[in-house]
Design a binder for this molecule. Structure first.
Ligand SMILES: [Zn+2]
Length: 112
């Protein structure tokens, strides 16, 4: 799937889940970074020998990535009052769109 498709879908899903007063500042940047994380982290790990669409695209990595993004967004986006679990849910949904869209490709993506 093209990165622009992942990015637009991530922004739409993230904005649909959280109301404006609970979104991290510069929310679209956070949503795009999160939804593209399986690919850009996968490429970084790929240089260490992992095949593309490996563990970073797995359902095991999703909760961990969502937690990292939720914690970072809460810490660095100036919204410490937002509950961490709500941010985690939003980021988990945004990251999950990546795997769903990859399932629609013709590259025979098989989630781990
Ligand atoms: Zn991917």
């Amino acid at each position: 799937m093209e990165w622009i498709s992942h990015g637009v879908t991530g922004v739409l899903v993230g904005n649909a889940i959280l109301p404006p007063d609970e979104r991290p500042r510069r929310a679209p940047v956070w949503w795009v970074a999160a939804t593209l994380a399986p690919d850009w982290l996968g490429f970084m790990v790929h240089s260490l020998g992992e095949a593309h669409r490996g563990v970073m695209h797995s359902l095991y990595a999703l909760p961990l990535l969502a937690g990292i993004f939720a914690f970072a967004a809460r810490r660095f986006s100036g919204r410490p009052q937002v509950k961490l679990v709500r941010l985690w849910i939003a980021f988990a949904a945004v990251i999950a769109t990546h795997s769903v869209l990859d399932l629609l490709t013709c590259y025979r993506y098989n989630p781990a």
